[in-house]
Design a binder for this molecule. Structure first.
Ligand code: GUN
Length: 292
């Protein structure tokens, strides 16, 4: 009997991040099962939150649940807001030395007495499953994409899987210049031959850029309720483009109207968010493979 064809990732102008994420998570789970049987050691992810940020708590809970479902062990450290940088460095050094730990993830943001760059630089690059450490950023610069940042890697993986893996001649416009999303995404898009433009809060006449975009990635994220006006409206989008909305919990993009014009648009929720989780699990798997 012939197997049913897998459902498309882009269907009815919707770019189904959750569907692709579920597929990738299953692949990770199967690979983990095989390797655990062979080596008798399970992959393990350790997460750290410093302080009380509610969003961080929620995102990290999701990361643990997904890890456990994929056969990845996980451990969490909830640390007080008042913690010193030296105390955090001591914990990172301990985790770097611990052979049972394959991935270390320090959820950002950190409290102001702790220097983000110092902390991220202290993580063993082999265990840096966020892809934020200097060694992994440098590797991405040279086109090596394993252990690269999960959200941007999830975005280009969606593009790859709808056949937009070579962006030669295409314009990509990214509205975000953060270290977590915008900057690594520039590299990933360049690796695929896109002509990349980065817009941000100081950009003048944003629509003149977005209207040129074959791939438009928006990560503004300043809407505080579903009643706030959208940042990306139908008139700002090119016909037949791919539009990726990174903002949570309230998307930047007027999904219902933009969908009529674009080739496909990611929904919020169910688009980029689930892909971030899948790419993190893939990074934990790759880190584990490199260490066993
Ligand atoms: N804060 C917001 N996004 C992320 C992420 O992808 N990784 C970490 N560590 N912190 C974040």
């Amino acid at each position: 009997m012939s197997e049913e064809a897998p459902k498309p990732i882009c269907e009815d102008h919707v770019l189904k991040g959750r569907r692709l994420s579920n597929r990738l998570r299953k692949e990770v789970k199967l690979e983990v099962e095989k390797l655990v049987e062979k080596h008798g050691v399970s992959p393990k992810l350790v997460t750290i939150i410093v302080g009380e940020d509610e969003g961080s708590q929620m995102y990290v809970r999701m990361k643990h649940k997904a890890s456990n479902k994929a056969g990845i062990l996980s451990e969490h450290h909830d640390l007080p807001d008042s913690m010193s940088q030296d105390e955090l460095l001591e914990l990172i050094n301990k985790l770097n030395e611990d052979k049972t730990v394959h991935g270390i993830l320090i959820q950002l943001p950190l409290p102001k007495q702790i220097d983000e760059k110092t902390i991220i630089s202290a993580i063993d690059p082999l265990k840096d499953v966020d892809g934020f450490s200097p060694a992994n950023v440098y590797r991405l610069f040279y086109g090596e994409e394993d252990l690269s940042a999960a959200t941007p890697h999830g975005i280009v993986t969606m593009l790859d899987r709808i056949g937009w893996d070579d962006l030669s001649g295409k314009q990509a416009v990214v509205i975000n210049r953060s270290n977590i999303v915008g900057k690594p995404l520039i590299m990933l898009l360049l690796n695929r031959n896109a002509t990349v433009t980065v817009c941000h809060s100081r950009t003048k006449d944003l629509p003149s850029f977005t209207r040129q975009a074959d791939v438009l990635v928006s990560a503004i994220g300043r809407r505080t309720s579903d009643e706030d006006p959208f940042f990306i409206t139908e008139d700002m989008v090119k016909e037949g483009s791919v539009v990726i909305d990174v903002a949570t919990p309230h998307g930047d993009v007027d999904f219902e109207n933009v969908k009529q014009k674009a080739l496909c648009v990611t929904p919020v929720p169910g688009g980029v968010g689930p892909m971030t989780i899948a790419m993190l699990l893939k990074n934990v798997l790759d880190a584990y493979i490199a260490q066993i």
